[in-house]
Write a protein of this length. Sequence first.
Length: 409
Amino acid sequence: MLSWVLNPLGISLPSKTPLGAKFDNRRSCMLSAAQQAHTVPQSSAPTFASLGRPCLIRKEDYADIVKAWPSERSTLPFVYHDAYNVTIFGIEKLHPFDSCKFSKVVDKLNAQGLLSYQTHEEKKQKHTPQMAEPLMATHEALLNVHTPKYIDAIHSSNMKVVQVTELPPLLILPPPLLQRQVVNPMKYHAAGTMLAAALAIERGWSINLGGGMHHAYANDGMGWCMFDDVHLAIRRLRTATNGAVKKVLYIDLDVHQGNGVSRDKLAFKDEDLIIVDVFNGGIFPKDEDAWPAINISVPLRSGARDAEYLKAVRQALEDATQWSQPDLVFYNAGTDVLEGDPLGRFNISPSAIQQRDQMVFEHALHVAKAPIVMTLSGGYAPQSSDVISASLSNLIRLFQLNAMPGSSA
Ligand SMILES: [Zn+2]
């Protein structure tokens, strides 16, 4: 008897595949039972879940990144660890970066009943984690992008950490404490992005509630960005899929030019990484050496407002269609474009940021027809966590991102 499966274009196709598995024509990929729960056609509208290709991921390649691979039936592809939040006895407050915004975002989503992340104690009791939790990235994992010289400097020199974080008072901390309170959190962020990228291929979407350290590159870090989690995630993903995931459309809408990602694209001669960057051209880092790597570069003026900004983002996404069929959309969703941000110097409203994020997700689903992974990146104003959680709430509601496989939510 014929069964039916949706292809990525939304057309119902007959499938004779036995054993309860179904076949994705475009990707030559078997869909899991949990995936089928999403792909059995209840309506013709495409969903991110229908873009997932679980068979492409060699999960053992992530054994150093996650303790056990997140179950499709009990864990949503939101990635987070409490260790993302940096606290250094108040010293962290000397930098405008709200280094605990990540936990605030989780708390706000939790308060709305959209996620139910449990503390370690609660997890032990209930055994029902609903977010994926990364391990800390190892030295070896970081060396997939970074030079041994840089990794050694990060681990042996307070000065290097000060340079990256722009926090001179850190110089006086005992090195072991500095490693534990500052460097280790960055390693969790990096591992989180690596895990999120893999989950995006498996499930069709994933959001790391951290990450997006787009100023870091192989030889160095800057602007509170220690590790190039973007290239770490993409390079591992290409290996873990035997090259099935190749072309990546990277959309960087943080207010700062993503110079680290661009520099590493040049260093690795990565022509399959398509970079779209809309940023404030009048602020840090003004890295001209990185510009040749950007496929669509849109530097805007300080003071840009909603209409001008959204028009620029819309045009950049349209222009990106000249690179057809990416295997993954990587969205670096910095919220430092927000009005009042102490570093960004744009005047973008919370509502426009919500529209922007929605626009990128719609582009991935309907135009690129590719899985999407999102990182939070910069966002320095005190209200950043409110803006992020409001936008995530909108995405969750619009794209049914908190629906567990097989549920009708
Ligand atoms: Zn930024």
